[in-house]
Design a protein around this ligand. Structure first.
Ligand code: 5GP
Ligand code: ZN
Length: 116
């Protein structure tokens, strides 16, 4: 089985696994993380599979990162956080658990938001 065929986020892109869509265009898909670290915790992924930042073509990275301000603003408007972390984990020691490149958008709400 190929890497993409075995990939949970590619299955989400194919509609085989349901997800709560936040944003979509021809290159990028954004959806709520199944395990909300904070309210509105969103993952942004390129539609083209790559397993991590090391294996991502610069054109794919450019498209992905170019959408972040728009999606971050949409989340800010919806959830009214007082801050936001933009995170990308690569390889297990850095916290990566799904091997399809993704950006975490993590709205922050102050001392009680549960994220250290
Ligand atoms: P990582 O740990 O690789 O940086 O982040 C992977 C994220 O994917 C985790 O926060 C995890 O909760 C989320 N995740 C894993 N499986 C699913 C799924 O099937 N649906 C959604 N919406 N999120 C998922
Ligand atoms: Zn994938």
């Amino acid at each position: 089985m190929s890497e993409a065929q075995d990939c949970i986020f590619c299955k989400i892109l194919d509609g085989d696994i349901p997800s709560a869509k936040v944003y979509e265009d021809e290159d990028v898909y954004a959806f709520l993380d199944i395990s909300q670290v904070t309210k509105g915790h969103t993952l942004v992924i390129p539609k083209q599979h790559s397993k991590d930042i090391y294996h991502t073509h610069p054109d794919v990275a450019e498209k992905l990162f170019s959408r972040i301000p728009k999606i971050a603003n949409a989340i800010k408007e919806t959830y009214d956080p007082i801050g936001m972390n933009v995170l990308n984990n690569n390889e297990a020691p850095a916290g990566q658990s799904v091997y399809h490149l993704h950006i975490h958008l993590l709205p922050r709400y102050g001392d009680q938001d549960g994220f250290e």
